[in-house]
Design a protein around this ligand. Structure first.
Ligand code: TRP
Ligand code: SF4
Length: 333
């Protein structure tokens, strides 16, 4: 299957990103034709006032991907803004997308309410799903791994595809399917969603010392005041981490031992820290070996491969839109 997915370059990745999306990407790349890209134009939709160095942030994001195990021999890695066809198709799709579809988008409405400190009543923010549709259909994706909040965007993408086919009487695109990534997402150290802005994240690039300092002070079962008090792992954040990271047999033992106070929280957290380090250690090793020239080369060849694909699609699109001519992919040489 052709798989396409992107992330906005908003800073270093944490365990929430890993268990939310990245782990799925890494699995998918083995048996599928994957394109993963840095959605830097999308980052502007909420970040245009922030004077971000999106180029540097994009490179950092790709370093996190490579460290985590995205393999450029299997996957195409590229930068959205380096492939101008994303913008070209976005212009065409904007012409045919009814405003109502965008205004009714639940993710849009939620974000308008939640993001108070930013001026996001812009055309770009409203049409975010149109650009996302371009990202996906430029490469004729079969499936798109996304989180729950992105489902309405995929729905809009399918609607835009159908409308394009109907209006230009030319069937060029697949209707992309959503591929829901792990919804049991890992909470942050304070129990809220893991996020940089809450200051509750464990980063893929954290050192073992940093991780221990973060875990050491994390809250556990509030009923467990003294070492001898029995605990309830079901209400303990550390236990959520164990379930995601620690070997099953050990998780079961911790579950039982916590309930009868056979294990203390400090020891339990030490096991947890070790589990996190076991996940991150291979990433640290791979990160050490990454050098700038190599990353440049990966990005350049990814951009090039993406441009080739995108240009073919745009030829068909422009034929249908400007010449009332419909060539299906199979006909083209
Ligand atoms: N909107 C996605 C997010 O915030 C990022 C994204 C942009 C994307 N274009 C995409 C994801 C295309 C999948 C496919 O998570
Ligand atoms: Fe949480 Fe572990 Fe302490 Fe139980 S022993 S309350 S699971 S940290």
């Amino acid at each position: 299957m052709r798989i396409v997915s992107g992330m906005r370059p908003t800073g270093k990745l944490h365990l929430g990103h890993y268990f939310g999306v990245l782990k799925k990407w890494i699995e998918l790349q083995k048996n599928n034709d994957c394109l993963f890209f840095v959605a830097d134009w999308h980052a502007l939709s909420t970040g245009y006032e922030d004077k971000l160095n999106l180029k540097a942030l994009g490179r950092e994001l790709i370093k996190d991907w490579l460290a985590a195990g995205i393999d450029p021999r299997h996957s195409t890695i590229f930068i959205q803004s380096a492939v101008k066809e994303h913008a070209e198709l976005y212009v065409v799709l904007n012409m045919i997308t009814p405003l109502g579809w965008l205004e009714r988008n639940p993710t849009y409405k939620d974000q308008l309410e939640q993001i108070e400190h930013k001026q996001i009543n812009t055309a770009g923010f409203l049409t975010y799903p149109v650009l996302q549709t371009s990202d996906i259909i430029l490469y004729n994706a079969d499936a798109v791994p996304i989180g729950e909040d992105q489902r309405p965007h995929l729905e809009i993408a399918r609607e835009i595809v159908r409308r394009f086919h109907h209006l230009f009487e030319c069937k060029i695109f697949k209707e992309p399917e959503e591929m829901l990534t792990n919804t049991s997402r890992l909470p942050g150290l304070d129990g809220r969603k893991m996020s940089k802005s809450y200051n509750n994240a464990i980063y893929l690039s954290d050192t073992p010392e940093e991780i221990w300092q973060k875990l050491r002070t994390a809250k556990t079962d509030p009923q467990r005041v003294r070492r001898n008090d029995p605990g309830n792992p079901d209400v303990c954040l550390v236990f959520d981490y164990h379930k995601a990271l620690t070997e099953d047999a050990i998780v079961q033992k911790i579950d039982a031992d916590c309930r009868c106070a056979a294990i203390g929280c400090v020891d339990c957290k030490k096991i947890c820290a070790r589990s996190i380090d076991q996940l991150l250690e291979p990433m640290r090793e791979r990160r050490k070996k990454l050098d700038d020239r190599q990353i440049d080369a990966i990005i350049e060849s990814g951009n090039e491969a993406a441009r080739n694909e995108a240009a073919k699609t745009m030829e068909q699109v422009n034929g249908a839109v400007f010449e009332i001519s419909c060539k299906s992919r199979e006909d083209s040489p």
